[in-house]
Each structure stands twice: as structure tokens, then as C-alpha cells.
Ligand binder design. Structure first.
Ligand SMILES: [Cu+2]
Length: 489
């Protein structure tokens, strides 16, 4: 095919240019390959063929940004036709879009969101990771918007809110898996912070919303309780294996959102390091270089990627993850990164980022609590429990005074991972399995190791009211693995 050949020539030409650059740096006795073919138009073996006709240009979700301090928009929930990877499907979406639109706001802004419920069942809205009021018409997961009605959410983002990558999705107990896997999930970006940092400011930014759902043979989403995680279709921004372009030497900032209902994504990009700069919307104090990054369901990570000096196609993969005796994720292709074009010279990955606002380790806490996650399997239905009971949304499990500073040790008495998530107030992990760990950032979602524990510290600031902590494997959450905390004045 001509298209492949022309593309191939383009890649070869690019590789020759890159090899020329490399030869200047690599000349010297220490390098046994120095001089080997340097400067010659040699085609690197690792370069894959990319058929430009087959390559799918990476598509960003629609962006809805705040203006003059307000983001006024609507989210219409419906069950109906939607395009997923160019195919006609039937899903449960906001705004007939899979994923939902990306919302962008600034600290101090107000989100005024009209949720129109055209589903045949109740739904609601949760702003995952935001430090906002959990009451009234704010981030209130106790609300149920009835079918055929609408509800005006008003979520005031504090002026000192940490800028970063968050997300939103419905959070009605018992329906969360169905709604989130069905497609009702989108990125929520609070601007500022790292965006303004030298070395990050002005970089090309990509938002990658990972979703996973099972479609039946008619292309309709399978009811939540019947979905098999390993039959699900994995997409990035609703695309299967899209092509993401980057230039040699170019640094891009990627916002990664694990919006899957229960998939642990161990992310790796062939030939490229992942330079992590933020976790759950919170900037790290220093860049963390890694080859593999585990992103639990519900978690976000911001990373910098530097395009390889050799042009070609590289695979962004979900790597084999053997989490526990019951949990695994097979290796799979998520996207193809095409390094191509004029090399960019002089871009450097910044090392120092934003200092931690406060390190909670070593301080005296007001109170400690122990919380136990467990799974009981027997003759009847499997039970997903916290402190021996299933959630009751009308019960309060933890009462905390406003302003309290607490240490919670969350034990996992089961043999599988559970991503622990709490609303409204982020935490710092100070111990894993009883061993002290360095605090690197604030977080809102962290895996509980099988038969292990995490010890977290958190302050209950600014907002009274009831909200929840739970397992972010949404099947577990919907089947009881959730508790209610009430912050009282
Ligand atoms: Cu769980």
C-alpha cells in the first residue's frame, strides 16, 4: 500500500535525523557501538509500520470551561445511541458522549450544573477528589435525582483549592457500577498550580480518560451485575488504540484518569519513562521517574512524556498485573504513540515541583480509628463488608468533629485489593502494612493490600455534613463496601 510506503519513508527520514543528533552525544570510546552506522540512513528495527489510513487520530473529549468565575452547563443523563470508537453503541451517558465532556474551572469558581435525568432510574453527581461541601445541592451523594426530572447542582470550589486532575460521575448506592461503566464519567480539571510551572507551562496537554465496559452482541452495554471485567472493551477517550502524536524530544503533559469500574491499570509506555508530577489532583514535590505506574480505579495521575529521539511507533500498554489470587489484568494495548516530525531541542523535564503544603507524619493526632474491610464468601451471595456490615446510607459509621486531625488504620482482612477512597478531605498515607512510608503527596484513592493495611492521616476541614468512604471497585461499593462519615460542628 502506497500509504504505508510513504509513511515508512517519512519515518526512516526522521530516524536518520535523530541518529545524527545521537551521534554527537554518543561518540566516544566508552560506547562500544560508537560510530556504528552513525549518521547513516539506517532504519531502526523497532519502528513499526503505521498505516496512516488506519491510524485513529486521538480525540479529546469536548471541553466546557468556566467564564468569569462560573461554569454553567448541563449534563443530560440518558440511555441511548452513542459512538464508541467509531461504532454505533447503546450506552448510558452524560450528553450522549462517551466519555462525558471535560469540565475546566479555576479555584474560587462555582460549578452550576443542571443534571437532567432522562434515564428510567435515579442518578446523581459526585465530583471525585474535590474539597467541597458534601451537603445541599453540592457534592451530595445522598441526593437522588428522579427520572424525568432535573436538579441544579451548585458546587463552590474554594479559592485555595489544589489545582489538578479530578473527575465526576454518578454515585447512587447500588447503581454506581452501572452508571460509571455505562459511560457517565468525565474529567474535571482545576486550573493553576503545575500549569504555571516553568518546564510545564505551555506544554501540549492530553487528557486520557480510561473506560471499560462490556457490550453485548447488539452493541448495548451489559447490565452491571452480568459484566465480566475480562470481556470489557477498554477505551481511551472512547477510542480503541488511538494514535497520539509527539515530536522527538518534545515533552507533553498527560492527565490520566482511571474511570473504569474495577480495572487496575499498570501503565507502561514502550521506550519511554513516565515522569509523574501529580497524584489524585495533587502536585508532587518532586518529579518521580518510573517505567510502570499503577493507577487504581478512581485514581488520577499526571505524567510528563518526552518523545524518543528515534521516530517511530511505540505502544502505550496496560501491563500484566497479578494483584492477588483473585485479581489480575492481562497485558493489552491502549494507544499507539507516534514519534514523528521536527525534533524539539532543549526541553527538560523539571525536577522540583510544588512543595507539600503540610506533612502530617510526626504530628500529634486528635484521635485514631481502626476500620476493617472484609469479603465473606459462603453459600449465599458474597458480602462486601466494612467493620462487619454492609453500608446503610441512613446510618452514620464515623462521627468526626469539624477541624479534627485523625489517623485511620484501614485493615484489609480479605485476600484481594480494595482501592480505598474517601470524599471531601484528602489524606496522606503514613504507613503501609504497619511500616512507615515517606509522604509524597495528598491522595484520595489508595489500594489496600491483601491481608494488609494502610494508615492515613487527614484533617476534616471546612465542611460539616455526611459523606462516604468506600472501596472504589464499584461492584464492591454497590454491594455494601462503603461507610458513612458525618462531620459535626
Ligand atoms: Cu473492594
Amino acid at each position: 500500500m502506497t500509504s504505508i510506503i510513504s509513511r515508512r519513508r517519512l519515518l526512516v527520514a526522521g530516524a536518520a535525523a535523530a541518529a545524527g543528533i545521537a551521534s554527537t552525544a554518543a561518540h566516544g570510546e566508552a560506547n562500544p557501538h560508537a560510530g556504528h552506522n552513525m549518521g547513516a540512513a539506517v532504519e531502526p528495527d523497532f519502528t513499526r509500520d503505521i498505516d496512516p489510513d488506519a491510524a485513529k487520530a486521538f480525540v479529546m473529549p469536548e471541553v466546557r470551561a468556566s467564564k468569569d468565575g462560573v461554569l454553567e452547563t448541563q449534563l443530560r443523563a440518558s440511555f441511548g445511541p452513542v459512538t464508541v470508537d467509531g461504532q454505533a453503541k447503546v450506552a448510558r451517558t452524560f450528553e450522549s458522549s462517551y466519555p462525558a465532556p471535560t469540565l475546566r474551572a479555576k479555584p474560587g469558581d462555582t460549578l452550576k450544573i443542571k443534571l437532567i435525568n432522562d434515564l428510567d432510574e435515579v442518578t446523581n453527581l459526585h465530583t471525585h477528589g474535590l474539597h467541597v461541601s458534601p451537603s445541599g445541592n453540592s457534592d451530595n451523594v445522598f441526593l437522588e435525582v428522579e427520572p424525568g426530572t432535573s436538579f441544579d447542582f451548585e458546587i463552590k470550589i474554594p479559592a485555595d483549592h489544589p489545582p489538578g486532575t479530578y473527575w465526576y460521575h454518578p454515585h447512587v448506592h447500588g447503581k454506581t457500577y452501572s452508571h460509571v461503566s455505562g459511560g457517565m464519567a468525565g474529567a474535571l480539571i482545576i486550573e493553576g498550580g503545575l500549569d504555571e510551572l516553568d518546564g510545564i507551562k505551555g506544554l501540549t496537554e492530553q487528557t486520557l480518560v480510561f473506560q471499560s465496559v462490556e457490550f453485548d452482541e447488539t452493541g448495548t452495554i451489559v447490565p452491571a451485575d452480568n459484566q465480566d471485567i475480562h470481556r470489557q472493551t477498554r477505551t481511551v477517550n472512547g477510542q480503541i488504540n488511538p494514535t497520539i502524536n509527539i515530536k522527538p524530544g518534545e515533552i507533553q503533559r498527560w492527565r490520566l484518569v482511571n474511570a473504569t469500574p474495577e480495572t487496575f491499570i499498570l501503565l507502561g509506555l514502550e521506550g519511554h519513562a513516565l515522569y509523574q508530577i501529580a497524584k489524585d489532583g495533587n502536585a508532587l514535590n518532586r518529579t518521580r521517574r518510573t517505567d510502570q505506574l499503577l493507577i487504581e480505579p478512581g485514581r488520577r495521575a499526571d505524567v510528563l512524556i518526552k518523545g524518543h529521539q528515534f521516530t517511530g511507533a511505540y505502544e502505550l500498554r496496560q501491563l500484566l498485573w497479578l494483584g492477588s489470587e483473585r485479581q489480575f489484568e492481562p497485558d493489552g494495548l491502549l494507544a499507539t504513540i507516534v514519534v514523528d516530525g521536527e525534533p524539539v531541542v532543549g526541553q527538560v523535564v523539571p525536577q522540583d515541583l510544588i512543595p507539600l503544603s503540610e506533612n502530617l507524619s510526626g504530628l500529634t493526632v486528635d484521635r485514631t480509628r481502626e476500620i476493617r474491610f472484609d469479603v465473606k464468601r459462603g453459600d449465599g451471595p458474597t458480602q462486601f463488608l466494612i467493620d462487619g456490615q454492609m453500608v446503610d446510607m441512613s446510618r452514620v459509621d464515623q462521627t468526626v468533629p469539624l477541624g479534627a486531625f485523625e489517623e485511620w488504620t484501614i485493615y484489609n482482612d480479605s485476600g484481594e485489593w480494595h482501592p480505598f477512597h474517601i470524599h471531601v478531605n484528602d489524606f496522606q498515607v503514613v504507613k503501609v502494612n504497619g511500616e512507615t512510608v515517606d509522604v509524597v503527596s495528598w491522595e484520595d484513592t489508595r489500594g489496600l493490600p491483601p491481608f494488609g493495611s494502610i494508615t492515613i492521616r487527614h484533617r476534616f476541614l471546612d465542611f460539616t455534613g455526611k459523606y462516604v468512604y468506600h472501596c472504589h471497585l464499584l461492584f464492591h461499593e454497590d454491594h455494601g463496601m462503603m461507610g458513612v462519615v458525618e462531620v459535626v460542628a
